[in-house]
Design a protein. Structure first.
Length: 98
């Protein structure tokens, strides 16, 4: 079986995420942490939704309160710690990769 290949663009802050989204997009999937050093993930999600209504956005969070994420415009969430199988199934669910 051939190994899956993903191109991953990392950003360690909300502002870097927004910059990468504008400069390197479009993306197949955005996985977004709630706790970012310069702004919360909910604000980033709302900003991304102003630019792209269709890209799947999945929050990576330490709690199970999906309500805030849904209100911000996300499609789903996964709770830390993340098992490899959960990550793989999430990517496959929202993209054609896999």
């Amino acid at each position: 079986m051939e190994a899956d290949t993903y191109e991953v663009v990392e950003a360690d802050s909300g502002s870097k995420c927004l910059d990468a989204f504008g400069a390197q997009g479009p993306f197949d999937l955005v996985m977004l942490d709630v706790g970012l050093p310069d702004m919360d993930g909910y604000a980033v999600c709302k900003a991304l939704r102003k630019v792209d209504q269709k890209v799947p956005i999945v929050f990576v969070t330490g709690n199970e309160d999906f309500g805030h994420g849904r209100d911000a415009g996300s499609d789903s969430y996964i709770v830390k710690p993340i098992a490899r199988a959960t990550l793989r199934s999430t990517v496959m669910r929202f993209t054609s990769v896999g």
